[in-house]
Design a protein. Structure first.
Length: 464
């Protein structure tokens, strides 16, 4: 059957943070814009539906369980907490649903019936076919296209894995019964957040990592401090480990593992796979558009987020950059600056902050000590235990380490890692000083409220 082709000025594929923010901005700029999102359950994108927001909602429940469990240390007597995972999941669903409805309202208001729910695939460089969730086939063309299709869990090829049931970051947030023993494959962001969350819910947890240390991009001293506090929570680690085979017998998943020259077998009730993300490019049929990808399948872009095809941009995780919602948002800002505001922005001037939402948090901005050395800087390093911060003592949150790397020649801060209570908030203060290109002495000598965690920056920078 002949399908009519509709023409737009701009089409956005995928409503990640970048896409859903860009759509109203393009409309406001007078462009006839369509946004194509493949699932009604993903309105608002991965962050609010299956990633940041649901995980942090569940982390909040886990931390409540932990506070109640340890309340006696604060002079408050309670009974041992009972975690009802079904109710934790229900709370998460309700937070997600509220945010999804708000996003749907915002997009429908901005786009009217040009919010199209269906999977998009290229049929030519500036032409896409969409099979809508209502079963209609549509052909759309546009002068400019913006790809913001995100990622999905990467499933490693381990013998036996596809024959057993395993969990991903998505399915683990739908469990209604607590795993007795959760095995987590992967000691990065996703693995560690779920490991501590489920340990605090009451599961026995083992984390398997292939590298020598957890969070391989961090300095070893930070990774060691982080591992020590997670071990204090009762989490077990197997590092430098290679999973050779996975089997399922009865209610147990059995992993054959090589650790150094030792072979061992590990049994658990559930297995979570958290070894990175794969790009959502296959369904897009990129060869029809001639858009180039790298060896991992991520779309190649220059520092202005332009693909090799003029008039096609890639934003968010799909372009192979740092995988954070705030980076996807900044990708939107770059497009807005360059295409709407007549500016000239690139990814070159970025400082990338991040926060691992375990308790206490691990926040980072700029270079690690290892990276600063590799880049040839003459550096000075400040370090202090979290217990040196008065606020940490009042809260009974004394585990952790604060570390800063400063350029010895200019006094500018090159990077900072904070493993302490509220680190995700405190790091923004460091980031602002870095962005303003001020010397570290601003944080050493500035008057900061006592007793706050931010005051810890006075203490940290006075170590230099
Ligand atoms: C468990 C987890 C926790 C995380 N926690 C954090 C955190 O705390 N902080 C943080 O900053 N980052 C976090 N991240 C990373 C963060 O979620 C991503 O970096 C962020 O969502 C960026 O998404 P995006 O803009 O690339 O697109 P996404 O949000 O992934 O959206 C892509 C959209 O495209 C749609 N789509 C895909 N293919 C097609 C197609 N062919 N046609 C139409 N639509 C399509 C998808 O359905 C989806 O809605 C977390 C990630 C995970 C997995
Ligand atoms: N708080 C946050 O901001 C947050 C939270 C979750 C996810 N994220 C984002 O999502 C991304 C993906 O998270 P992730 O944890 O899946 O990836 P990751 O890259 O953070 O960690 C994956 C880990 O798995 C290990 N690994 C890979 N293959 C393995 C194997 N076969 N066996 C054992 N270990 C293996 C890697 O060495 C690595 O340490 C993160 O990099 C981050 O950008 C952010």
């Amino acid at each position: 059957m002949e399908v009519d082709t509709q023409h737009y000025d701009d089409i956005i594929i995928g409503n990640g943070k970048a896409g859903k923010t860009l759509a109203p901005a393009l409309v406001a700029d007078g462009r006839k814009t369509a946004l194509v999102e493949r699932s009604l359950n993903m309105i608002g994108g991965g962050c609010i539906n299956i990633a940041c927001i649901p995980t942090k909602t569940m982390v909040a429940s886990a931390n409540v369980a932990n506070i109640v469990r340890n309340s006696a240390a604060y002079g408050v007597k309670t009974n041992t907490p009972t975690v009802n995972l079904a109710e934790v999941i229900q709370r998460k669903r309700s937070v997600v649903q509220g945010m999804r409805e708000m996003n749907l309202h915002n997009l429908e208001t901005a786009l009217d019936n040009n919010l199209i729910v269906g999977e998009a695939r290229f049929v030519a460089p500036k032409k896409i076919a969409v099979t809508t969730t209502l079963g209609n086939n549509r052909l759309l063309t546009a002068e400019r296209l913006f790809i913001n299709t995100g990622t999905r869990p990467l499933i490693p090829s381990i013998p036996g894995l596809t024959e057993v049931e395993f969990l991903t970051s998505e399915s683990i947030m739908e469990l209604e019964h607590l795993p007795e023993h959760l095995i987590v494959l992967g000691s990065g962001y996703i693995g560690l957040e779920f490991a501590q969350m489920f340990r605090r819910f009451g599961s026995f947890v083992t984390v398997i990592g292939q590298s020598e240390q957890i969070l391989s991009q961090q300095d070893p001293d930070i990774a060691i401090a982080l591992q020590a506090l997670l071990e204090k929570d009762g989490i077990e680690f197997l590092l430098k480990a290679k999973v050779l085979r996975v089997d399922r017998t009865g209610n147990e998943t059995i992993l054959q593992i090589q650790v150094g020259d030792r072979s061992l077998s590990l049994q658990g009730s559930h297995l979570l796979i958290a070894v990175g993300r794969a790009p959502n490019t296959e369904s897009l049929n990129l060869p029809a558009a001639g858009v180039a990808t790298d060896t991992r399948g991520f779309i190649q872009v220059n520092d202005r987020l332009e693909t090799n095809v003029p008039g096609i941009w890639a934003l968010g995780d799909i372009n192979g950059g740092p995988q954070y919602t705030h980076i996807s948002l900044d990708d939107y800002r770059i497009i807005k600056a360059n295409l709407i505001d007549g500016g000239d922005r690139s990814t070159g001037d970025r400082l990338v902050p991040s926060c691992l939402f375990i308790d206490p948090e691990l926040a980072h901005v700029g270079l690690t000590e290892t990276e600063a050395q590799q880049q040839g800087y003459a550096i000075r390093v400040a370090k202090v235990d979290a217990s040196a911060v008065p606020r940490a003592r009042t809260l009974g949150q004394t585990d952790g380490l604060l570390k800063a790397i400063v350029d010895a020649d200019t006094g500018r801060i090159l990077g900072c890692s904070l493993l302490c209570h509220e680190a995700g908030e405190v790091i923004s203060t460091v980031q602002m000083v870095m962005q303003a290109q001020m010397p570290y002495t601003i944080l050493r000598d500035g008057i900061l409220t006592h007793p706050t965690m931010t005051e810890g920056l006075n203490i940290l920078f006075s170590k230099l």
